[in-house]
Design a protein around this ligand. Sequence first.
Ligand code: SF4
Length: 113
Amino acid sequence: MEIEEKVLKLIKSGKNGILQNELWKKAKIDSSKCSRILAKLEKEGKISREKESEKGVKTYLIKYIEKKEEKPRSFKLLLIGDMFSPCTGCALECEPEKCVLLAEWVYGLEKEG
Ligand code: SF4
């Protein structure tokens, strides 16, 4: 297992995060190497670091950032069959009440029903 993965796994295992001054000991690496790995993971958006003080010793509380899965986008409301709304990407001077393209598209919506 690569050391970076090991560090990330240790961070994930702490329910409320893990203190940096415990992390490097548990990972069996020196503190400066731990700092470099954490800086990289933070830059990648995988962890957060908050200043913390434990028994007068300044350290950081490291937390894993859960990635929420994005729901697939639905374009159903913009489509009639496989035709997009004419307003999608339209660069015309817009007067919706006079727009023939929009009127035809709305008419298509009514037909689809
Ligand atoms: S209403 Fe007509 S002019 Fe306005 S954005 Fe839609 S298609 Fe374009």
